[in-house]
Write a protein that binds this ligand. Structure first.
Ligand code: ACO
Length: 377
């Protein structure tokens, strides 16, 4: 018997994170996600994921120095992005950009643990620079060079718009990066691990992961959530819109999860950020629509006897949109943050590697003989 979608199959041991699906709990290396979101920066979380511990002040300064120094993307890679048609989806452009980075990384083929640690930093540092450049180039604008005095998430916002984010926006983006940094054996992480388990290189693992994250059943859902909020338009339209979509047997984006059978713990953290943003800017519309959708879904799913809760993508959509980020860039933000987790998993995989090669159950015909071509059909 095959397990459709590998549900319930354990394919590796990991020390990076644990999801308690029934309780709606997420832990990175022993720390609850709520604790990290409130008390640690994304850079500290990177240190935790890559080196096993939260950093001391000196360790954080050393890591930060390298994350800052590695932010620049060389002009050859920017030129490759420049040549892409502006209609290219930003995730497709990121896939190309991440792949091109390998050609200019002198350690691209060096699979030693030390080189992989350096590449994890380089990739994580450069991904926001690539994403911001992709957005500016497709809008006919020149990329903005990274600033060295801002945190990784704040610098990302700066490179998108050219203006320094205020404290609240910078903090919100930083928390969003922390919430998206790692999440067990999700589809894109699995793709990264499968790729490097063949002893292919770290950039290839990350490129596989970007391609996998792009799909709407995974990271691509946050973009679709915003499309849904825009299609609904006003809070009073939410209820009939959702009921009609469910009637048509459509999926409501940003709801449901393979592992969580309770509320995704990242969703309420993002909801709180969405509330803070709405309070500051006075625009509560997207949040109100989201809350109405959540209420209808609760009711509908209770009726059907199978509750489906919002996942991380549901509230991230209104948060990013309120920050002024275009909706087709949302999945790139996810990719920027998850590069920390992908690269940590790649290094973990290579510590005790074995080729990942499951089997398929053949259900086709047997005993056929090749006929001359004129007798076929
Ligand atoms: N809206 C309506 N019904 C849903 C939804 C949804 N979002 N999600 C699941 N269901 C229903 C299914 O129709 C199915 O019902 P059935 O048993 O009557 O056929 C049941 O719940 C189980 O769904 P599966 O597809 O078997 O669940 P699976 O674990 O394979 O899929 C997934 C999980 C892909 C996340 C799914 O819930 C979904 O499509 N959600 C919408 C897309 C989304 O938000 N993805 C982001 C996930 S989080 C992340 O990757 C960051």
């Amino acid at each position: 018997m095959s397990s459709r979608g590998l549900e319930g199959v354990v394919v590796a041991e990991t020390e990076l994170s644990k999801i308690y699906g029934e309780e709606g709990r997420l832990v990175y290396r022993g720390y609850e996600i709520e604790d990290l979101a409130e008390h640690a920066t994304f850079e500290e979380v990177c240190h935790l994921l890559w080196y096993g511990e939260l950093p001391t002040r000196e360790q954080l300064a050393a890591l930060n120095e390298r994350l800052v120094a590695d932010r620049d993307v060389n002009s050859e890679v920017i030129d490759i992005l420049r040549r892409l048609p502006p209609s290219t989806h930003p995730m497709a452009a990121l896939r190309t950009g991440a792949s091109a980075l390998a050609s200019f990384d002198p350690e691209a083929e060096d699979m030693s643990p030390e080189a992989n640690q350096r590449k994890a930093i380089r990739l994580t540092a450069k991904m926001p620079t690539l994403t911001a450049a992709i957005d500016r180039l497709r809008n006919g604008k020149e990329p903005i060079a990274p600033r060295k005095d801002l945190g990784l998430a704040a610098n990302f916002l700066y490179m998108l718009s050219g203006s320094e984010p205020d404290e609240l926006n910078a903090r919100i983006m930083d928390v969003a990066f922390t919430l998206h940094a790692e999440h067990g054996m999700n589809a894109s992480t699995f793709a990264a691990r499968v790729t490097v388990a063949t002893l292919s290189d770290m950039h290839s693992g990350v490129v596989s992961a970007i391609g996998t994250l792009k799909g709407p059943l995974h990271g691509g859902a946050n973009e679709r959530v915003m499309e849904m909020l825009k299609a609904i338009g006003e809070p009073e339209n939410a209820e009939p819109w959702v009921r009609a979509a469910l009637e048509r047997k459509e999926r409501i984006m940003g709801f449901g999860h393979r592992v969580y059978k309770a509320l995704d713990p990242r969703a309420p953290i993002l909801k709180k950020l969405a509330e803070e943003l709405a309070a500051k800017g006075g625009n509560t519309k997207w949040l109100e629509i989201s809350e109405r959708i959540q209420a209808v879904m609760r009711e509908e799913m209770e009726k059907r006897g199978k509750p489906i809760y919002p996942n991380v993508d549901f509230f991230s959509a209104s948060v990013y949109y309120t920050l002024g980020i275009p909706s087709d860039l949302f999945t790139n933000i996810f990719a920027c943050a998850r590069t920390a987790g992908w690269t940590a998993h790649i290094m973990e995989q290579l510590k005790d590697n074995r080729l990942i090669r499951p089997k398929a159950e053949y259900v086709g015909p047997l005993g056929k003989k090749v006929q001359p071509i004129e007798r076929r059909g």
